[in-house]
Ligand binder design. Structure first.
Ligand SMILES: N[C@@H](CCC[C@H](N)C(=O)O)C(=O)O
Length: 277
């Protein structure tokens, strides 16, 4: 069983969240700090650690203002996290006093802009829809995957720096996502596993619930919100912009003509503390 390290040097952290999707942020700039999967799991554990959906290690960015290393609660490293990008963007803008920040991730170089109060707008980069980019194990139409699991079928598949399958249903709140999510996440069709969402379209708005790869059910997922709008538009269900209503609140999503996706929503400070690493 993982447990919090009881020794080591004290390292400060900041807890932030985007619509309840929460992050422990460790500022490792100027250090060689690295965290094992076991250490991440211990810190993310809500009973024995600090508790979070993702642990974010902020590193020196080179040509960017900062570099984000993103670790899921299960320790796995991933390339994209929309809600955490807004949080790191807010942190870097507060530091520099500027109203924009550049953030490098494994998925690419992203730009965050201040949107007033606690709101941050991030261009999350291109939505990729080739089956190889999602990725899938075999060629398939990603507008409507030839795939079904229980009551869910024909999802749209999109890569937003990470893989997403979005199932459109009459009532997203009636789906047993706690059971179906982990089954679909680990289906062999998705060689890198997949984030699983259920969506209900209501005019230009989408009600969305998300089972995150490597985490479980979360209050919100920024990249899933981007993927849902893209998948909905490709199916002819919405325009290129709209609101996405997650359990934790609302994000505004705009699939721009250049193929990149803008996401706007809050980035919220929770508390600070120290961990021993
Ligand atoms: N919470 C995130 C997504 C984090 C990564 C995801 N669990 C994955 O494994 O791809 C967001 O806001 O986008």
């Amino acid at each position: 069983m993982d447990s919090m390290p009881a020794y080591g040097r004290p390292v400060p952290f900041t807890k932030m969240h985007g619509l309840g999707n929460d992050f422990v942020i460790i500022d490792a700039r100027g250090t060689k700090t690295s965290l094992s999967d076991e250490a991440v799991r211990a810190l993310a554990d809500r009973r024995r650690g600090i508790g979070c959906d993702q642990l974010i290690v902020l590193r020196d960015g080179g040509d960017a203002d900062g570099l984000m290393e993103i670790r899921n609660a299960n320790g796995s490293e991933v390339a994209a996290c929309g809600n955490a990008t807004r949080c790191i963007g807010r942190m870097l803008m507060a530091e520099s006093g500027r109203d924009s920040a550049s953030i490098r991730t494994r998925a690419g170089l992203l730009t965050a802009r201040a949107g007033g109060d606690d709101t941050v707008c991030v261009n999350m980069g291109p939505a990729r829809t080739d089956w190889q980019a999602v990725p899938l194990v075999r060629a398939m139409d990603t507008v409507t995957l030839n795939y079904a699991r229980g009551p869910l079928s024909a999802p749209g598949a999109v890569n937003m720096g990470n893989p997403h399958a979005v199932f459109f249903v009459d009532d997203a709140d009636a789906v047993d996502l706690a059971t179906l999510g982990p089954e679909i996440e680990t289906d062999p069709l998705f060689p890198e596993k997949v984030n699983v969402s259920v969506a209900t379209v209501n005019g230009q708005n989408i009600r969305l619930r998300v089972w995150e790869r490597g985490v479980g059910l979360t209050q919100a997922c920024g990249t899933a919100a981007c993927a849902a709008l893209v998948a909905a538009h490709r199916k002819g269900l919405t325009g290129r912009r709209g609101g996405v209503l997650l359990d934790g609140g609302r994000l505004e999503i705009d699939w721009l003509a250049d193929g990149t996706v803008e996401m706007t929503g809050p980035a919220t400070y929770a508390f600070t503390g120290e961990v021993r690493l």
